[in-house]
Design a protein around this ligand. Structure first.
Ligand code: SME
Length: 161
């Protein structure tokens, strides 16, 4: 399976999994499990959602992670604060990177949005391989982030200040 086929499969499955359910909790939990099952060479896949002034840990697969991330901290904070995808080839070179799992060497973080366009959280995937995520991964995961953004009623989980 090439990368395009992989992400077609991932996004078709994600669409089917979230159809008929608007609560973010099961949708994010299943999305994390799906990433974990389908993506090679990753050591963490999951979500942080907005809670007041910062991010709080959501559903994930991988080792236990830091619970709260301020918006001025880490790759996740940058993605949420700037509302911009962060594709980081070497996390050790990223100012303020938070090393939850010392095995992480590269990562991609994508913002999630509610129906008004506000950032409600981020999707974070980490890898022990440097430069693991290319444009193809970014394109495939952008579709996943959009799908999840639209599938969920964020008011059931997220409190925005
Ligand atoms: N890498 C993130 C922290 C979260 S963990 O990797 C699960 C960051 O620097 O934002």
């Amino acid at each position: 399976m090439n990368k395009q086929e992989l992400y077609n499969h991932l996004n078709t499955t994600l669409k089917a999994l979230t159809e008929g359910e608007r609560h973010p909790l099961p949708n994010l939990a299943n999305a994390a499990a799906l990433f974990w099952e389908l993506l090679q060479d990753i050591n963490w896949a999951g979500f942080y959602v907005m809670d007041g002034e910062g991010l709080v840990l959501g559903p994930f697969q991988g080792k236990t992670a830091c619970i709260r991330i301020a918006l001025d901290k880490g790759v996740c904070g940058a993605a949420a604060r700037e509302d911009k995808i962060q594709r980081v080839a070497d996390v050790h070179a990223f100012p303020g990177h938070i090393a939850c799992d010392s095995a992480s060497n590269s990562e991609i973080v994508l913002p999630l949005h509610d129906e008004t366009g506000r950032v409600v959280g981020v999707m974070d995937i980490d890898s022990p391989i440097f430069d693991r995520f290319d444009e193809g991964d970014e394109a495939g995961l952008t579709r996943a982030a959009l799908l999840l953004s639209k599938a969920c009623d964020w008011s059931r989980l997220v409190s925005l200040s």
